[in-house]
Design a protein around this ligand. Structure first.
Ligand SMILES: *Cc1c(COP(=O)(O)O)cnc(C)c1O
Length: 391
């Protein structure tokens, strides 16, 4: 059986896949089983922060895999300790909880918010306000947190205690406030929802509101974090400090890891046996993350992410058929004039460009170290695909 046949026969049918089986990659380039070359501006949904098989990253994870690959969280371990120190030194946060994915990091954030409130105010103050069009994960609780009705189906009953407000409308948030509210949870740029960049004023109003009412402000940085938007974390663009942030995707550079970070105010909320996961803080994944941060958490590197984002945006806007471009750093949404984004994405893949969509937009999340000539090539393939489609 071929890979595709095996997949269709034995893997549950939960993903719509492009008709490509990738076998290897280097930097921004991947090859399929027939040896065909693809330029990749999707990075496995923003995961391969430094592209495929970056030399330093491979060295870090293989060395760790050959030293000690896993121990349980009942023992101390140097890679996660170093990673936690790095994260807390680079940010205003004081403690980290490691998990394996974005959804899990968000579960941890929600638990921290609810327990903070429970400890201080007692039972019943547990509601979390999230935004319409948000995406926070696929567990039963993070689906609940996700402010899109299409996700609230089949799996009833969903976790209670989530209310949905309109992005960029502080009054719609205030209208949902009650003595049950304990937290507000947002993505500063909604990724899956269509690369919607929140207004700075709105985010600052949310910060103020959370201060006034002692609500925990959670910023989901799973997609936006680790340099993606030209700052180490996206909230920095909004001149606020959240109480809790979550990250995952780009953090491990290609290995599964999630992290939930909190400020000093919340650092003792979680106690032994309130949270945990067997694979959390895996040393190989943490070694990868330590390497990623050693490269990405650098003023010059992050400056380049911004410059490349601007360069890519300018080039995209020159393409006939592109209506608008929304980006913060290298998190890029492309609105097309009259074509279906998914159709065009499929045709781009046939033409050698791995690109994804977000709602009705094309989306690019290229490796953060993409070169200018690779940006040119990506734009050229998209342009060619859009013009071909007019014939
Ligand atoms: C991808 C994503 C998640 C879920 O992360 P998983 O690792 O797939 O569980 C949560 N929040 C945001 C903003 C995401 O983009």
């Amino acid at each position: 059986m071929t890979t595709k046949e095996q997949d269709k026969q034995y893997i549950m049918n939960t993903y719509g896949r492009y008709n490509v089986a990738l076998v290897k990659g280097k930097g921004c380039v991947a090859w399929d089983e027939d040896g065909k070359r693809y330029l990749d501006v999707s990075s496995g949904i923003g995961v391969n922060a430094l592209g495929y098989c970056d030399e330093g990253w491979v060295k870090a994870v293989t060395e760790q895999a050959g030293t000690i690959q896993h121990m349980s969280n009942y023992f101390y371990s140097s890679q996660p300790s170093q990673l936690a120190e790095k994260l807390c030194t680079l940010t205003p946060f004081t403690k980290v909880c490691f998990g394996n994915s974005g959804a899990e990091a968000n579960e941890c954030a929600i638990k921290i918010a609810r327990k903070y409130s429970f400890d201080k105010y007692g039972d019943g103050r547990n509601e979390v306000i999230t935004l319409h069009n948000s995406f926070h994960g696929r567990t039963v609780t993070t689906l609940s947190a996700t402010g899109q009705d299409v996700f609230h189906n089949y799996f009833f009953p969903f976790t209670e205690g989530f209310r949905y407000a309109e992005p960029n409308d502080i009054d719609s948030v205030k209208a949902l406030l009650s003595d049950k509210t304990c937290a507000v949870m947002i993505e500063c740029v909604q990724g899956e929802g269509g690369v919607n960049i929140l207004d700075k004023a709105f985010v600052q109003q949310l910060r103020q509101l959370c201060d006034d009412k002692d609500l925990v402000l959670i910023v989901d940085e799973v997609q936006t974090g680790i340099g993606r938007t030209g700052t180490l974390f996206c909230y920095e663009n909004f001149d606020i400090v959240p109480d809790v942030i979550t990250c995952a995707k780009g953090l491990g550079g290609g290995l599964p890891i999630g992290a939930c970070l909190c400020t000093e105010k919340l650092e003792n909320v979680m106690q032994p046996s309130t949270h945990g996961t067997t694979f959390g803080a895996n040393p190989v994944a943490c070694a990868g993350a330590n390497y990623i941060l050693s490269v990405v958490a650098d003023f010059k590197f992050l400056g380049e992410v911004n410059i490349k984002g601007e360069y890519l945006r300018r080039k995209l806007l020159e393409i006939k058929g592109v209506k608008s471009v929304r980006n913060l750093g290298l998190m890029v949404g492309i609105e097309l004039e009259d074509k279906d984004a998914h159709d065009i994405a499929v045709k781009c893949v046939e033409n050698g460009l791995l690109i994804i969509t977000a709602k009705t937009l094309l989306r690019m999340l290229p490796p953060l170290n993409i070169s200018y000539s690779e940006i040119d090539e990506a734009v050229e393939i998209l342009n060619k695909t859009l013009q071909e489609d007019n014939k």
